[in-house]
Design a binder for this molecule. Structure first.
Ligand code: MG
Length: 207
């Protein structure tokens, strides 16, 4: 399976990052080894990194395909979850500056915590889901999937023009504003209302 990530899919987050909007979605990949289940411990790959949280709606592909039309795209989704697209912002900034890929900034072990999945039939509208992230009980991010620049169906249609989507693939659909740094010991509670809840802790750096 593969994990696809979408950058800059909310205008509010684009503004805080100084990123341009418009044009095709920004796409990146995380390896399956990045996954972390609810209740797990996030471990940055080394000390001194600027670890940032990004709360996101996660889409799981049930029926895959290529060149999936927009109108049929949501039929390919079998479940939704809430996830955290954890990012080493220092490495990402450096990669942007040098024109290098984001793979290490976005794909380190434990960089993709995901909640239990809710079957798609029980999520009436993926574009009407409130997203919240609390760190140590304080709200850091609060948004709605209604504000996505490219909606879930559009992302699936776009991605499947380039890569065959396969059962079990995940798509992290972008984050609203409010991203920020984390430190060892922080407790993150993410929620996608009506979809799922996720709780993870930031542990000491790996190694
Ligand atoms: Mg993200």
């Amino acid at each position: 399976m593969k994990i696809l990530g979408i950058g800059t899919n909310y205008a509010s987050h684009a503004a805080e990052m100084g990123s341009p909007i418009g044009g095709d979605p920004v796409v990146f990949l995380k390896p399956s080894s990045a996954l972390l289940a609810d209740g797990g411990i996030v471990r940055p790959p080394g000390p001194g990194h600027e670890l940032h949280h990004e709360v996101e709606l996660v889409v799981r592909i049930g029926k895959g395909g290529k060149r999936i039309p927009f109108e049929k795209a949501l039929d390919c989704v079998d479940a939704y979850a809430v996830g955290l697209d954890l990012t080493l912002r220092d490495l990402q900034k450096e990669a942007k500056r040098l024109g290098r890929p984001w793979a290490l900034a976005k794909g380190f072990d434990t960089s993709a915590p995901v909640s239990a999945f809710r079957v798609a039939a029980e999520v009436p509208d993926p574009q009407q889901v409130a997203l919240t992230l609390k760190v140590n009980g304080q709200v850091r991010q609060s948004g709605s999937t209604a504000d996505m620049i490219v909606p879930v169906a559009g992302l699936i249609a776009f991605l499947s023009q380039y890569m065959t989507l396969e059962p079990g693939d995940l798509v992290f659909t972008g984050t609203p504003a409010g991203v920020g740094p984390l430190k060892t010991g922080d407790v993150l509670e993410a929620e996608a209302a009506g979809v799922g809840k996720l709780r993870v802790t930031v542990g000491a750096a790996a190694g």
